[in-house]
Design a protein around this ligand. Sequence first.
Ligand code: ATP
Length: 224
Amino acid sequence: MFITIQRLQFQYKNTKEPTIKDFTLDIKRGEIVSILGNSGSGKSTILRLIAGLEIPKSGSISINGKMIVDNNTFTPPEKRKVGMVFQDYALFPHMTVENNINFGLRSMTRKEKQLRIEEMLSLVNMTEYKKRYPYELSGGQQQRVALARALAPAPSLLIFDEPFSNLDANLKVKIRCELRNILKDTGITSIFVTHDLDDANVIADQIVYIDNGMVDRIVSPDSN
Ligand SMILES: Nc1ncnc2c1ncn2[C@@H]1O[C@H](COP(=O)(O)OP(=O)(O)OP(=O)(O)O)[C@@H](O)[C@H]1O
């Protein structure tokens, strides 16, 4: 298994009950998993634990055979090689498209960075927009730049939290197919949080239902 999450438990400060009660999940390399569940069921919290933005009370997460968190280990977020795409895209408004993509690239020469930026722009079909600022782009274009920025440092895992929530229905349908194709082309393992079953059916290889901080059931797309 590429990602192994075992018996994860987590409670926010000043709350009475744990938000994540007992969460166990295995994900294969290159697989796209959707986490589906009601508001407040713990979807975003799982992503925060995987990214290293929260520390679990118990349980463990390993990525590609490397333990990133357990009772004795805590790998900080910047060392996890986990790329994140959130609902507001969070592009830097004062940076052009190419500079947004450049932002996550470290330990590369200038030439390597330029090459990587061009590669990512072409992947998301945004080459001709590289000099533009985010406010000069449509929602779908911003979404593609956010994806290019997340993919640029070659993460081992990409996590998405409701990335389509700000897109209108038509654009959403177009973007989610594009996104699946791009993820499958690059072979990057991905976890995708949504409360929209249609999104999950289109994009995922596996749908994980979460309820009250636990895995309720795991199904194949369209077999619900
Ligand atoms: N920083 C926090 N402090 C205390 N409680 C929190 C905090 N963040 C989230 N929670 C609580 O944890 C529970 C799970 O929240 P989470 O955001 O993981 O749910 P979700 O499934 O992603 O919901 P949604 O679909 O509404 O985004 C909720 O009851 C929420 O109120």
